[in-house]
Ligand binder design. Sequence first.
Ligand SMILES: [Zn+2]
Length: 302
Amino acid sequence: MSQWKEHMAENDVYAAALAGKPHETCPADPYVLVFQNPEIPGVRHLFFDGHSKGTGTWMHLIEGEDRALLIDTAFGVGDLKALVETLTDKPCDVALTHFHGDHSAGAGQFGKVYCHKYDAPYLRDSIRSGHRLLPAGDFYRPEDVQPLDESLEIGEMEEGFRLVLGPGHEVEAIHMPGHAAGGTMFLDHSTGALFSGDAILSTPTLILDRFPAPHYPEYMTVTAFRNAIRDFLPRLDQVKALYPGHGRLGMGPELVTDMLACCEAMIAAPEEFEEYDYVDDPAQRRIKCVGQAMVVYSPSRI
Ligand SMILES: [Zn+2]
């Protein structure tokens, strides 16, 4: 079996076992499973099950001494704000790893959200147009779909942006483009937890021409992704584990070095790829896998 197929099989096993692992649920938002991080007392992982292959989305809640931070807001189905209020009584900031609707559509419940400045125009476009990604299936009630709110205040993040959650407790935004122009990872300096969104994860990073690129298209390429990983690499010793937006949690930092090697391999030989038949979409045909890292890409996005 190809290495990528082994990785996907592991991901499928992990996803199937999730509901059987110890978790909490909350009547305010019955769609989300809440998992306590086993190593970090102040971190919880919130899972919205999209009920179709690969669509389960992770959100992460970090509680500091003074403030809390919610990373991503999933599809906007269910009262996420009420759920967060049952988990923490600290004032809670909300920040996005990127604007895609499986991560941002719940943001309208919070009044203000932080988003990278290169993704802010995309987020504004998607709220204005009312276009949203909804999970497939009938497992949720239509009346629980939360409105996208045009009055949402967008705090634009750029390199070096930090949120302070308590004394000596800083979470830093790290620009990681490729999948989205304003893709952002969040590094909690007090624990070494890296919340890596859809940029670096246990399922393939998607860098595809089916994602429209009207703003900052130069950041929606494998080359931009490679350059950003290369810039970040000298700081990899600050990272203990990765907590992405989909798939497995707690991946080791070596996934980042594998991802750099994977990008270099695509740039060196974009025509050498394996056939990605995990999904039926003919636009997602090319996969490159190096070590644990996988990227599904379009040749025009190298
Ligand atoms: Zn996603």
